[in-house]
Design a protein around this ligand. Structure first.
Ligand SMILES: Cc1cc2nc3c(=O)[nH]c(=O)nc-3n(C[C@H](O)[C@H](O)[C@H](O)COP(=O)(O)OP(=O)(O)OC[C@H]3O[C@@H](n4cnc5c(N)ncnc54)[C@H](O)[C@@H]3O)c2cc1C
Length: 505
């Protein structure tokens, strides 16, 4: 059998996507004789945002053998227990979407059905009071999950809020130590071979040409290879996710260090607040149909809670995805593959999905069409599931106080989301996806957090006597409250751990 293994890969772009890909290839293909090179241009730079992550990033780092304290020190990271959503269901509302469940299941029935029944019995308590990560986040406390199953302190996951450019630099050191060759230069031309239309090589501004069998396009929104050279096409999802601009600014750290990201709905978009050890990241994501750039920047600046550390920076994007994430010998990862706006911090996760699927279907030099189709099918599902979940935030609302919110009222939803909402409305059932990043507890958090109440609860909870149900719920609330009381302050926890970097003692 002839050896058809890929022996050379070239990553174009050195942002978070490029260096995550480089680190993963260096780690997972070590010993297979694949030469990995990465081209990046300091002159062009990176998008420079992307500070909030999801818990899955811990698995990515663990696979690379990266120790958490080292990562936290190198990236000025804080812990993240979830996202606080303010003013989404109604102005004045707030809820936290935690990385964890609410209460334990009983006989396979999720706990929120018990809460719905308690509510129907007249109990006005919050579902949040049954969630350890929500209460810990509200009180700015953090500890690592307990390992003993059954304790409320083991009922959650966590992620990081970090400086994304420091994360890319950290992964660059990791990848270069493991043999990835970095090439500084600006790609000015892409050459295709005559027959198959595969990318043969790229030419840099100084005249060098870099050839490879496999190219990974991590060049950001421009999609230099996947779009510029191969015209993959772009599915524009602005009709569902119309936010197309952002203005970002860092501020000084002031006040308690929240182990959560905040997303506050505004009239034409929403504002983020992401606390790191050394600063707070802020930004306003908005829809240019409904607000001017200057007004969006003014809204952001007016709502900052500390002095700015730099001038606000403006960004533009179009939500959607590449039609082909992988075409011929080019795989697009990161912003080159698509972008769905930063609500719920999914973009770095989609990079991780792209890398995982690429490693699972890593090609040989024949680039089998079946493998490419499967990659594209899987990535399309990852993107669609995330799209639906993001859109849920805009449509599960009573808000109609501005043109943007009224736009969402009149929107025709993707069938997949409409089905999910319809099924929820009748009896509180969350249709589980076979694929998909967000599991039912996340859907429950947003739907109940934004007042999308189901018409009924699972009738099987009526097998529990009302007194027993109330007593059981009270005991769980007390357990959560007690466990949170015993949880350290988030800032103290980081300061006392080997992860401390920027936090003053
Ligand atoms: C407003 C906003 C907020 C966001 N917030 C979050 C968040 O909280 N969480 C999250 O997960 N994600 C977030 N994201 C997404 C996140 O920023 C990106 O997924 C992440 O930074 C990866 O970007 P990238 O590496 O694909 O592209 P980029 O950072 O743009 O990197 C592109 C690279 O390609 C190089 N390049 C481009 N053209 C050439 C050329 N001609 N020659 C050589 N090199 C070239 C550049 O120099 C650069 O190195 C956010 C995005 C936006 C727009």
């Amino acid at each position: 059998m002839t050896d058809r293994r890929v022996t050379s890969a070239c990553i174009v772009g050195g942002g978070t996507a490029g260096w995550m890909t480089a680190a993963a290839l260096a780690n997972r293909l070590a010993g297979l004789g694949v030469r990995v090179r990465l081209i990046e241009s300091e002159e062009i730079g990176t998008v420079g945002v992307g500070e909030a992550t999801l818990p899955h990033i811990r698995a990515f780092n663990a696979t690379l053998g990266i120790a958490e304290p080292e990562l936290m020190r190198a990236t000025e990271a804080t812990y993240k227990l979830g996202i606080e959503f303010c003013d989404w269901g109604r102005i004045g509302d707030r809820y936290i979407h935690p990385f964890g469940n609410y209460g334990p299941e009983e006989d396979g029935i999720p706990f929120y059905h018990q809460w719905l029944r308690l509510r129907a019995m007249g109990d006005a308590g919050r579902l949040d009071d049954y969630s350890y990560p929500v209460i810990a986040a509200e009180q700015n406390r953090f500890r690592h999950p307990a390992s003993e199953p059954g304790r409320v302190e083991s009922s959650f996951g966590y992620a990081y809020q970090f400086d994304a450019s420091l994360y890319a630099a950290f992964l660059r050191r990791y990848a270069e130590t493991r043999g990835v060759e970095r090439i500084e230069g600006k790609v000015v031309d892409v050459a295709l071979d005559g027959e198959g239309g595969f990318v043969r090589d790229v030419t840099l501004a100084d005249g060098r040409t870099i050839g490879a069998e496999l190219f990974i396009d991590c060049s950001g929104f421009r999609g230099l290879l996947i779009e510029g050279a191969l015209q993959s096409g772009y599915d524009d999802w602005s009709r569902w996710l119309p936010c197309d601009r952002a203005v970002a600014v860092p501020t000084e750290s002031r006040g308690p260090l929240g182990p959560y990201t905040r997303a506050t709905a505004r009239t034409a978009g929403w504002q983020w607040r992401i606390p790191l050890q050394h600063r707070v990241g802020n930004g306003h994501v908005y829809c240019s149909d409904f607000i001017s750039d200057d007004e969006a920047e003014r809204q952001l600046v007016d709502h900052l809670d500390a002095p700015m550390q730099a001038n606000p920076r403006r960004l533009r994007f179009t939500t959607g995805r590449r039609r082909d994430f992988w075409k011929r010998n080019v795989v697009a990862i990161g912003l080159a593959s698509g972008f769905l706006e930063p609500l719920e911090s999914t973009s770095i996760h989609l990079i991780q999905d792209g890398i995982t699927e690429l490693l699972a279907l890593f090609p040989d030099r024949d680039f089998a069409a079946e493998d490419i189709d499967e990659y594209n099918r899987r990535m399309a599902l990852h993107f669609e599931r995330v799209r639906d979940f993001l859109l849920l935030h805009y449509v599960a609302t009573e808000r109609d106080d501005s043109p943007m919110w009224r736009h969402f009222r009149a929107l025709t939803l993707p069938d997949s989301l409409a089905h999910k909402i319809d099924t929820w409305r009748t009896r509180g059932y969350v249709v589980p996806y076979q694929f998909g990043l967000f599991l039912p507890p996340s859907w429950v958090a947003v739907m109940l957090g934004q007042r999308l109440m189901p018409g009924a609860y699972d009738p099987r909870v009526e097998m529990i006597a009302p007194d027993a149900l109330a007593a059981q719920a009270a005991a769980l609330r007390a357990e959560v409250a007690g466990a949170v009381q015993a949880t350290p302050d988030h800032a103290d926890y980081i300061r006392r751990s080997p992860a401390a970097a920027g936090l003053a003692a």
